[in-house]
Design a protein around this ligand. Structure first.
Ligand SMILES: [Zn+2]
Length: 368
């Protein structure tokens, strides 16, 4: 996810923080310190409330992180590699690889998170019952509630919520058709999202400002559900296309010691913006005109291609392990129009993003 920063690594998984998380953290700490804790635990100093608010917010963050880690560790049990977990605005999201998942795998993976949150909620509840230090009691009282809410909300049967994934896995086992299952499960997501947003609006008009959270959350879910359906379909279509079918042997290329003016000439001729740089059959880099700043026209012939290219070492290339879907992901992630395909380390051709897009359109629109 763009705008995220890696904070640490655990079990071989990068944990990242999206900048939107800070916004929620500050808002939440404020709401807890000035609203929730003074309401339930009267007569303490404002410093005490702030200590409670900040600690509770941080522990909520830990709770969400543990929920996501549970998903990831269960995924690992099924030999599915999870690269990173990103914590953002409305919780967390684990980046999953592009291989297809069996319905049972998805079922257990999705269910494990809410089950963990439920269990964690109960642990906080028992600590709360011990009724010791007021700080501990107040904070565990809040975390008990939030972890239960997290479990229940995530189990709503709308894709891409955990419950929606469980629902889709069950539908997939029933229909034996991932497209149909995803269609129904994302409709569930849209319905639940829409319903939450409407309830939120009603609450706001009745003077309950907390309804705003529901409007945000519902709107977000509604939006993401629609997007997920498209993503799943694109994945479905591309997973079935061997990447070797997409590799083109003819492409525009330059030697590293050619002047930049030659690149511009080519651009003027056919509008291409990405070019391969190679020498003696070896892939050296990609020239991306969109990423090159303005160069003085007089210097064009003196500037060498190698000095403006993105070097091979900075590019995630394609190889025999990729399928057409993971290729599209690599292209989109790196914002490139083409990537080299290497077979056993040897450069054999190029995959264009537009041929992948073309294939999707042909398949989905015209059924070809
Ligand atoms: Zn989850």
């Amino acid at each position: 996810m763009r705008g995220s920063q890696k904070i640490f690594r655990v079990f071989g998984i990068d944990v990242k923080l999206h900048y939107s998380w800070w916004f929620v953290f500050i808002l939440l700490a404020y709401a807890l310190a000035t609203g929730f804790f003074p309401h339930y635990y009267e007569g303490l100093s404002s410093t005490a409330y702030w200590v409670m608010g900040i600690t509770a917010s941080l522990l909520l963050f830990v709770s969400v992180l543990l929920h996501e880690l549970t998903h990831s560790l269960v995924a690992k049990l099924w030999k599915i590699e999870v690269e990173s977990i990103t914590l953002f605005f409305f919780g967390g999201v684990a980046s999953l690889p592009s291989e297809d998942m069996k319905p049972w795998t998805e079922f257990w993976m999705a269910l494990s998170g809410p089950l963990f949150s439920m269990a964690l909620g109960m642990v906080f509840y028992f600590i709360y019952l011990l009724n010791g230090n007021v700080y501990v009691t107040a904070i565990t009282f809040y975390l008990f509630q939030l972890n239960i809410i997290l479990a229940v909300f995530n189990m709503l049967p709308g894709y891409p919520l955990d419950g929606g994934r469980v629902f889709r896995a069950l539908l997939q086992m029933y229909f034996k058709d991932i497209r149909k299952a995803t269609w129904v499960a994302t409709k569930g997501g849209k319905f639940i999202g829409g319903a939450l947003a409407i309830l939120g609006l009603i609450a706001i008009f009745s003077g309950l400002w907390n309804g705003l959270w529901f409007v945000f959350l519902g709107g977000f879910l509604y939006f993401i559900a629609g997007l997920s359906y498209e993503q799943v379909i694109v994945k479905e279509v591309l997973m079935k296309v061997p990447l070797t079918k997409m590799v083109k042997g003819s492409y525009s290329h330059f030697a590293p010691n050619v002047g930049f003016d030659k690149v511009i000439k080519k651009f003027q001729a056919n509008g291409e913006e990405n070019f391969i740089v190679k020498k003696d059959g070896k892939f050296l880099g990609i020239v991306d005109l969109r990423r090159i700043g303005k160069l003085d026209k007089k210097t064009w012939s003196k500037v060498m291609v190698r000095s403006v290219m993105i070097p091979a070492g900075k590019i995630k290339v394609l190889n025999e392990k990729d399928n057409s879907y993971s290729a599209l992901r690599k292209l989109v992630e790196q914002n490139l129009q083409m990537l080299p395909f290497l077979k056993r380390g040897k450069f054999v051709g190029v995959v264009y993003q537009k041929s992948l897009n073309h294939h999707i359109v042909m398949k989905l629109k015209y059924g070809l």
